[in-house]
Every structure is written in structure tokens, then in C-alpha cells.
Write a protein that binds this ligand. Sequence first.
Ligand code: HEC
Length: 138
Amino acid sequence: MTYRKTYRTLLAAASMLMVVQTAPVQADEFSDEDLARWQQEYLSVVGQGDKLFHGGLSSKNTVSCDQCHPNAANTHPETYPKFQRQLGRVVALWEMINWCIQNPLESELLAADDPRMIALQAYIVEERRGAVLEPGKH
Ligand code: HEC
């Protein structure tokens, strides 16, 4: 696939530049300590999402996600991106989360890179760990 090739070439060029500009550190090098720290940070964000999902997200009508989706039930993150009738186009998971924030919760939309949006996605996807990816599925 040409797209993949172009991407790999760019990536290789970028890493060569990084090697020139910085110390001779390989991009792939990481230690067990790094892995442990990354895992800890990941789980901490999942934990934040868990709290937001279970009432921690401020909402004008005190509705929370878990009232309709206990333990992230029926959130189907593995089916995104997909066409959603409510939005009338193919959307990413975070856009559907915003639909629920705006409608059932009657609250303000979150930016895609808002840490709360990242955390909500981390929690939902972690709850569905192991599900087979089925983008586009209804
Ligand atoms: C009052 C009930 C209600 C609440 C509260 C609610 N949702 Fe939903 N949610 C729905 C409905 C209804 C749908 C639409 C189902 C469909 O048509 O796919 C939906 C769909 C979703 C989907 C997509 C599901 C799919 O199958 O594609 C996600 C993800 C989601 N909600 C996350 C959340 C999050 C996160 C919150 C809290 C911010 C939340 N929901 C709060 C009712 C609710």
C-alpha cells in the first residue's frame, strides 16, 4: 500500500533527523521501569474515566453515563468509526460520547483532546478489552 510506504518513509526520515539532532538514542528503547510507569499512567487515566462515567462528570441534570450504560454496557467502542444516525455521518467514538453528553446529560461538549474525553474513552475501551474490532458494525 502506497499510503503505508509513504508513512514509513516519513517516519524513517523523522527518526534519522532525531538521531542527528539528539543523542544516539534508539526510538524503540525502553526499560522495564518505563513499561511499569506507562502502565501505571494508563491505569490512572482509566480510573479517572471510571469516576467520570459513574457520576463524576458534571451534568446539569445530574444524569450519569452508568444509569443507561452500567459498566459501559452497550457502548460498543469496537464498532467505531461507524455511521451513526443521530449525527448523520461516520463518527469516531468520542463524537458519540459527546452526543450523550449533549443529549441525555444536557451538558457542554468536550473537546476531542480534553483529558476527560480521553479518560472516558480509556474506561469504555478497557471495559471492552478483548472484543473483536468490528468497525462500521451495527
Ligand atoms: C439516558 C440514557 C443515556 C445516558 C445517561 C447516556 N447514554 Fe450513551 N447512549 C444512549 C442512547 C439512547 C444511545 C444510542 C444508541 C444507538 O442508537 O446506538 C447511546 C449511545 C452511546 C454510545 C454509542 C453506542 C453504540 O452502540 O454505538 C456511547 C459510546 C455512549 N452512549 C456513551 C455514553 C457516555 C460516555 C455517557 C455519559 C457521558 C452516556 N453514554 C450517557 C443513552 C444514554
